[in-house]
Write a protein that binds this ligand. Structure first.
Ligand code: PHE
Length: 373
């Protein structure tokens, strides 16, 4: 017997064993090891193939079909096993990731209304009763509306105090685009779009590059604006008092107006609200001057500056008004007792479950704007 005969005999004898091995391969890597041992560069069937090259033409013609059949048998068996193993792996994965669609639905809806949304609804309800409509403006704003029209020209130092997020783009009116730093640009947009008289609130998101326990880069404000004839500070004070009494659901809310400065109001008034210290907590109500009481700064306001009325296309000799701006998140914290603003925007379901509201808890003046189910 020649070497070739020996190899062929050995291969014939072992092909049955090889196929049995292939069919028993437990996983894809075991199968790959068998493939390499048979059909790889140094594999036994590959060695047999190589012997064909050394044969005389007649012998090769005689032997080749058998050797090629052997190779074919082995690679067919490997392919079949591979398909089977891959199918089994997919089945196992599908079984492991199965969702049981027959599980019952939760007994009650689990979602809650975020306190910021709830407070905005409360504000809309209170101000609707006073004849205010809700207005909106874009969060990506033109610096003309955010600053220039509000009496803050390019070089105005108040611009630097706003920690503004700017975009690289040039704005239509030549300045820069930015994320609005307050809701006051909605004053200008609404006067330009609707003229006078006007009574609006404008709730929404505002942005400043600032972050700690009481500041987040995005927060919420509500702007108020009244434009009419013969409006004066008394209207502002009455409106704020009526609003805050309704919002905090207390008749003993006391306000203190302090002179202040905003470029877009003249005169400008900072509004403080009196609180009592109860067990170390600040509870709104009563004069801040009473024993055990204090004043807390709550909002900025004032009579709309003539220059803003002019920039908004109205005649300031005919139309006057007041405006105010207040932090919605802060109102929510004061009313519902949270102490870390950052938690408002963490999206933690435990926090939302605790501080969130039922969707059925619609604020209404008759049922109470802060009623909890
Ligand atoms: N826009 C001011 C701020 O963000 C608040 C404000 C609004 C003050 C309207 C006066 C009038 O601080």
């Amino acid at each position: 017997m020649t070497d070739t005969d020996n190899l062929a005999a050995a291969a014939d004898a072992s092909i049955a064993a090889a196929i049995a091995q292939i069919e028993a391969a437990a996983d894809l890597s075991a199968l790959e090891a068998i493939r390499v041992a048979l059909l790889g560069k140094q594999g036994s069937i590959s060695a047999l193939m190589k012997t064909l090259g050394a044969m005389a033409p007649e012998e090769r013609q005689a032997r080749a079909p058998a050797i090629q059949a052997l190779r074919q048998q082995a690679s067919d068996a490997i392919a079949a096993r591979k398909t089977a193993l891959e199918g089994a792996a997919l089945e196992a994965q599908l079984a492991a990731e199965a969702l049981d669609l027959t599980l019952p639905a939760p007994e009650a809806p689990r979602g809650t209304v975020h306190p910021v949304s709830q407070v905005m609804d409360e504000l809309a309800e209170i101000f609707a009763d006073l004849g205010f409509a809700v207005a909106t403006g874009p969060e990506i704003e033109d610096d003309w509306y955010n600053f220039t029209a509000l009496n803050m020209p390019e070089s105005h130092p108040a611009r630097a105090m706003h920690d503004t997020f700017y975009f690289p783009d040039t704005a239509p009116k030549g300045g820069r685009m930015l994320l609005r730093t307050h809701t006051s640009p909605v004053q200008v947009r609404t006067m330009l779009a609707e003229g006078a008289p006007l009574r609006i609130i404008a709730p929404g998101r505002v942005y400043r590059s600032d972050s700690d326990a009481t500041h987040t880069p995005m927060f919420h404000q509500v702007e108020g604006l009244v434009i009419d004839r013969d409006i004066h500070l008394g209207h502002l004070k009455w409106t704020l008092e009526t609003f805050l009494k309704a919002f905090f659901e207390r008749d003993d809310i006391v306000l203190r107006l302090r002179p202040s400065y905003f470029p877009f109001t003249e005169p400008s008034v900072e509004v403080d609200v009196g609180f009592a210290l109860v067990d170390g907590r600040r509870v709104l109500g009563g004069s801040g001057d009473a024993a055990g009481h204090g004043w807390m700064e709550l909002l900025g306001s004032g009579m709309v500056n003539r220059r803003v009325i002019e920039a908004s296309g109205l005649d300031p000799d005919e139309w006057q008004g007041f405006a105010f701006g207040v932090g919605v998140d802060r109102l929510a914290m004061l009313k519902y007792g949270m102490d870390d603003l950052r938690a408002f925007f963490d999206g933690d379901v435990r926090w939302l479950g605790h501080y969130g509201f039922s969707a059925f808890d619609q604020p209404t003046l008759s049922a109470g704007v802060g009623a909890r189910a």
